[in-house]
Ligand binder design. Structure first.
Ligand code: ADP
Length: 715
């Protein structure tokens, strides 16, 4: 296939110049041609006018001659045949006439008198005597064609008029006119030197001619013209003149004398103006074209150079090199050049910013205390920071390009591959650290250690990458285990202590009762009061021990979770509080309560504490307690609302701690453990507990039992 060549800017500009100039030049040429046509038409019209005027003048000359001859034809000397006197009279008539000489001729052509010779001389017979015969026959004047006069012995023209007497026409009076007269008449008209004008007789013979009359006198006019003369009386057409020049000829033929005037203008001189104009136009066009093309060539060259320079600059820009664009001398190109330079500066700035951002990032990554690794989809490590080196004991040089699972115990590798697969398939882009999942890493020396990992998926120009951050949680796991152990110890201690305290306490209480009952008579009032206070203190200590025990039991006496119908459970709680409700005149109501998975005994304890508190912290009012539950996305939110004294917001956290009370024993009896037990129960069920309250109006305790309580039910 032939590939189409793309034209250069120079070619394009040259075409543009041609496209603009050529039509203009053609238009000017057409205009010139139209102008020529117009001037030709004008010339033809002018020539026809001139020819008409001239033929009228010729006919006028004949008429003048006829008039002179007519006057003489009535001369008395003719009938008297006094030709000598007639000659004198005729000669006198010639003085102000266009006639050269006058002759009297008999019908047969014999001359009787001729002013051209002295009277008495023998006269030759006039040629073409049929002219006289027709004059005598018609009685009308007649003009001859050019003929050779025998007296003058040169070409002449004869005007003949008839002479009559009583018997009829007897003679012809002839006026001889010389062609020179017509020549003069013609030359008086002053045609331009290049125009050829001719006066021809009725036969078409040249009588007068502006050019070379001597050569052409008496000769027939140009054959082309002659043919036309026989066909029409007036026209304009192109013909070749006697000298062989092509002329535009205009001719007019007299209807009376049948003589002709023709005026020819050489075609050459007619078109000379046009040719001159065309030459001029051609020259000008060539000049214009070459000038414009030259300018287009220079401009095209400059544009092409600008484009090439800009192209090279753009390539340099792409290659990240410093770009310098010289002045190109074209405003737009200079603007593009400036834009490229600006772009290069911006790119350089962006590059610097990118490099410093990379350096910062590298600094962060390298100084991070967590191990940071980046792996590709194929699990090969592409980034491995200093903390990773320290954590795993492998230098970066050895780990880059290695598979990530080299850093974990062999038994987890298969599971890990599955995780990664799923991670990229489900489209999760990140998983945070701290969701409690503990994984295991393996050091270069084979040691295993617990790690927490966060992973995020990145779409980069190099494809999908996974960024993995690993934290060694050995210390935390160890601390957690130690804490759990110490908590357990503490709980056991509290349990054992409170359990073991109960027996001696009961004994003391029993002894006090015995003392009071059996020895009341021997004791004075002071001793009785002491015994009474001791019993009260024992009772309180017993209460405290009981509450502490129940607090400890929340975590020690755990039962598997089972479905708990909360409505029924709440009814049971109301029933348990029956006495207190009756005494205080309280009203405990409830909305519809759901079924949840949980430890029923603990949940009863929870509700018992909250409803009990609602009734207790009421000061003078009839307590109103309302229990409800509503669903949220994770489980159930329970609320226990009362119309009690309310709690200032600053105590809202504190009241859930062990032994934290806001009142003295005298105001409200209590141990300060109830709400701590509540929190422990709720937390064991995976929920949260909190309060909203308006002092003086009441409090609402909220706690949640999440759905996952079901999962935690396993022992
Ligand atoms: P106790 O009731 O034995 O003092 P709790 O742990 O049950 O201990 O309560 C801690 C403190 O919280 C109480 O001393 C009391 O000041 C306040 N409190 C608990 N429930 C309410 C309530 N419904 N209205 C007002 N104050 C309350």
């Amino acid at each position: 296939m032939k590939s189409k060549r793309i034209p250069s800017i120079r070619t394009g500009l040259a075409r543009l110049v041609a496209a603009c100039l050529i039509p203009a030049i053609v238009m000017v040429a057409l205009f010139l041609y139209a102008d020529l046509q117009r001037s030709q038409k004008r010339l033809v019209n002018d020539s026809i006018e001139a020819a008409r005027a001239l033929i009228l003048a010729v006919d006028g000359e004949f008429l003048g001659a006829e008039r002179t001859l007519r006057a003489l034809s009535t001369s008395p000397f003719i009938p008297r045949q006094d030709f000598a006197a007639l000659q004198v009279q005729s000669a006198a008539a010639l003085s102000d006439s266009n006639i050269n000489n006058i002759a009297l001729v008999e019908p047969g052509g014999q001359q009787l008198m001729n002013t051209a010779t002295s009277f008495g001389q023998p006269l030759p017979k006039a040629p073409n005597s049929n002219q006289f015969e027709s004059v005598l026959a018609s009685g009308k004047a007649s003009t001859s064609n050019l003929l050779n006069g025998p007296v003058l012995n040169r070409p002449i023209i004869r005007v003949a008029v008839p002479v009559r007497d009583d018997k009829g026409f007897t003679h012809a009076l002839v006026g001889v006119m010389l062609p020179g007269y017509f020549q003069k008449l013609l030359l008086q008209r002053r045609f331009g030197s290049d125009r050829i004008a001719v006066i021809a007789d009725a036969s078409g013979a040249v009588v007068a001619r502006t050019h070379e009359i001597d050569r052409f006198l008496g000769k027939p006019v140009a054959p082309g013209l002659l043919r036309r003369l026989n066909m029409e009386d007036e026209n304009a057409f192109e013909v070749v003149s006697l000298e062989g020049i092509t002329v535009l000829t205009v001719f007019v033929r007299s209807p009376t004398s049948r003589w002709t005037v023709a005026i020819g203008t050489p075609i050459d001189s007619l078109t000379a103006d046009l040719r001159r104009s065309l030459w001029l136009l051609g020259g000008l066009a060539a000049l214009l074209m070459s000038g414009a093309l030259g300018l287009a060539w220079i401009a095209g060259g400059r544009i092409a150079l600008s484009i090439r320079t800009l192209g090279a600059s753009a390539l340099a820009l792409g290659g990240g090199k410093a770009v310098v664009v010289p002045q190109l001398g074209i405003r737009e190109a200079d603007e593009v050049g400036k834009a490229i330079v600006k772009a290069s500066v911006m790119l350089a700035d962006a590059d610097v910013a990118l490099k410093s951002s990379e350096a910062r990032m590298r600094g962060i990554v390298e100084s991070a205390t967590d191990a940071i690794l980046t792996v590709g989809k194929d699990q090969r490590i592409v980034l491995y920071n200093a903390a990773a080196e320290k954590m795993f004991g492998w230098p970066a040089g050895q780990m880059l390009g290695e598979r990530l699972d080299k850093l974990m115990p062999a038994r987890f590798r298969a599971v890990h591959a599955g995780h990664i697969e799923r991670f990229s398939q489900v489209g999760t882009t990140s998983r945070r650290m701290g969701d409690g999942t503990v994984l295991y890493g393996q050091r270069a020396d084979g040691d295993e250690f617990p790690v927490e990992a966060s992973i995020s998926q990145l779409e980069t120009a190099d494809g999908t990458l996974f960024s993995v951050i690993l934290r060694d949680v050995t210390a935390r796991v160890r601390d957690h285990e130690a804490l759990e152990r110490s908590n357990l110890d503490l709980q056991q201690f509290a349990f054992v202590a409170s359990h073991d305290l109960k027996t001696p306490l009961r004994s003391i209480g029993g002894f006090m009762q015995l003392l009071e009952r059996n020895h009341a008579g021997q004791l004075d009032e002071k001793a009785k009061a002491l015994i009474h206070r001791t019993s009260a203190a024992v009772h309180r200590l017993d209460q405290l021990t009981e509450d502490l025990l129940s607090y400890a039991r929340v975590n020690s006496e755990v039962r598997p979770f089972a479905p708990v119908r909360c409505g029924e459970m709440a009814e049971e709680v109301v029933h348990l509080l029956d006495d207190a409700i009756r005494q205080s005149g309280a009203l405990v109501t409830m909305g519809e309560l759901p079924e949840v998975m949980g430890d029923r005994t603990q949940l009863v304890q929870l509700l018992l504490n909250l409803v009990g508190n609602g009734m207790k912290y009421c000061r003078g009012r009839e307590p109103r307690v309302h229990i409800t539950a509503q669903r949220d996305s994770h489980g159930w939110i329970f609320s226990v609302a009362d119309n009690g004294i309310g709690i200032d917001a600053k105590h809202h956290e504190k009241i859930f701690e062990v032994f934290k009370r806001l009142h003295t024993q005298n105001e409200y009896a209590g141990t300060g453990i109830g709400l701590a037990v509540c929190r422990r129960v709720v937390e064991r069920h995976g929920g949260k507990i909190w309060i909203t309250s308006v002092v003086g109006e009441g409090s609402i305790f909220y706690f949640t039992i999440p759905d996952i309580a079901a999962e935690r039910s396993a022992p």
